[in-house]
Design a protein around this ligand. Sequence first.
Ligand SMILES: Nc1ncnc2c1ncn2[C@@H]1O[C@H](COP(=O)(O)OP(=O)(O)O)[C@@H](O)[C@H]1O
Ligand code: SF4
Ligand SMILES: [Mg+2]
Length: 333
Amino acid sequence: MNSASSLKNKIVDLVGLKKYFPIRAGVFLQVKGWVKALESVTLSIAENTVIGVVGESGCGKTTLAKLLVKIHEPTDGKVIFYKDGKEHDITNKLGDVRSVFRRDVQMIYQNPFDSLDPRMSIYDIIAEPLKAHKIFEHKAEERDYIKELLQKVGLTPDMLDRYPHEFSGGQRQRIAIARAIALKPRLVVCDEPTSALDVSVQNQIINLLFKLRSEYNMSYLFISHNLDVVRYLSDRIYIMYLGNVVEEGDSEEVFSKPLHPYTITLMHAIPDWNPKVRKFHKLVLEGEPPSPINPPSGCPFHPRCQYAQNICKKEKPALLGEKHKVACHFPQA
Ligand SMILES: Nc1ncnc2c1ncn2[C@@H]1O[C@H](COP(=O)(O)OP(=O)(O)O)[C@@H](O)[C@H]1O
Ligand code: SF4
Ligand SMILES: [Mg+2]
């Protein structure tokens, strides 16, 4: 059994998470099939760490994030939450830990044009979680705290009574960040927080997120379709393909010794990626990923893999390894 001290360091474990969405059609909306968004994902998040999750659009990243923050419930698998050395199975429920979980775990969405309510002032947007958790007794204290938060995210206190439409995409994302950190969470799920923004402001937002992380001692689950973005930020990286984790490991290890053909093709898109390794692999990612409604047999990557053999079409490779894991019959050392 785990001792209380080893559990103290944990925030969340996702265990074998699977999510299938029903496809309904006809007058009675019968189930005609399933979108297999997530197959079986296991992932652990400890205090003060950054977990990077990378993969092409449609591979299940947002579904994973929504299962973690409990917007969705899994078709199978478990979500375990840890608080003060105690383990809480929160699959399909929150029960006694509802309030602490809602404080400790926050999410920043991809598109700040959708995620901020246009009818609410900046003050009300940021005050909402503070009010829900009854943080301040006096309005003046709350207002001062929100002003301070605005400064922390690079905005000015005079913006308080304005509305989201008056702000640029980058400024809106700063407002969303202020709201996410207002309750001093232990974990923030960042779902492609810069991909809807102009290239010129993307780095500013990333830098802000990382400045705040060290100040607040938070962990991030940082999702991106671009390996380059998570490269320097993540302690550990999970590479996803069609609802599956195909490679995972400590960031430096995965970057210096990628094992999965898909990871290697993603790395080829990074301009200054290790030229020595590049020489041995001339991989280019062709075509679109297959549909999760009707995924390929065997290894999900086989239709696009230049190393595919017969076995790859028949048998799905398991995710194997100690700290550095790969799901491939012929890993590229
Ligand atoms: N609510 C839903 N109902 C049906 N299908 C969904 C739903 N949400 C996501 N999907 C599908 O699940 C797959 C994974 O989606 P998503 O998790 O958004 O991927 P990503 O964030 O990596 O782009 C996609 O095929 C998507 O169309
Ligand atoms: S299992 Fe086969 S098809 Fe899949 S990535 Fe490895 S070599 Fe390619
Ligand atoms: Mg997404």
